[in-house]
Design a protein around this ligand. Sequence first.
Ligand SMILES: [Zn+2]
Length: 195
Amino acid sequence: MEKKDKIINFEIEYNTNYRNIKYPRLEFRTGKLELILPLKYKNKEKLLEKHSKWIVEKNKLILRALKDSKDKKLEERNEKELRKIVLKYTKKREIRRIFFRKMKSKWASLSSNNNLTVNILLKYLPEELIRYVIFHELTHLKQKRHNEMFWSIISSKFKNYEIKEKDLFIYWFAIQSKKKVTDSGNNRQGTLDKR
Ligand SMILES: [Zn+2]
């Protein structure tokens, strides 16, 4: 049995951005829906309709995260202190270089030549969550993809990793709403995006 959700019956605010890109995408980075459309794109309504189910579900998740984010206290750390923590957890690992920068939709990433990029917004998180994010990236040294093997390595160290993932999601919105994050526009991948 399949039930169809129609975006027409669901009110949601969104921004539209036209860019020189090939394919449209939908994002929920800051909590608000953004349509990123190729220049002269005309099928906006169709696009919304096609992804209405995803939009409604994502919106529900985000509203809950925004609500939960009110109870989260952000750490008062500077960048130097964050660097120290990151170095502690990457010691003796085959990381080539570590970059720190503000990213729009990821906590961290590992490049194919083993350079680690860390989102400086991690400085607001409890150390245990920073450790978890770093461990995630270090696990990519062994396993590139988020497959079963990958998650089994993760769960060998963090048995309750689903809670960590959920917390990261909530903290993301806590930072968005409490710190008025402005982005540097250099990253467009992440679990919050529909591509
Ligand atoms: Zn990953």
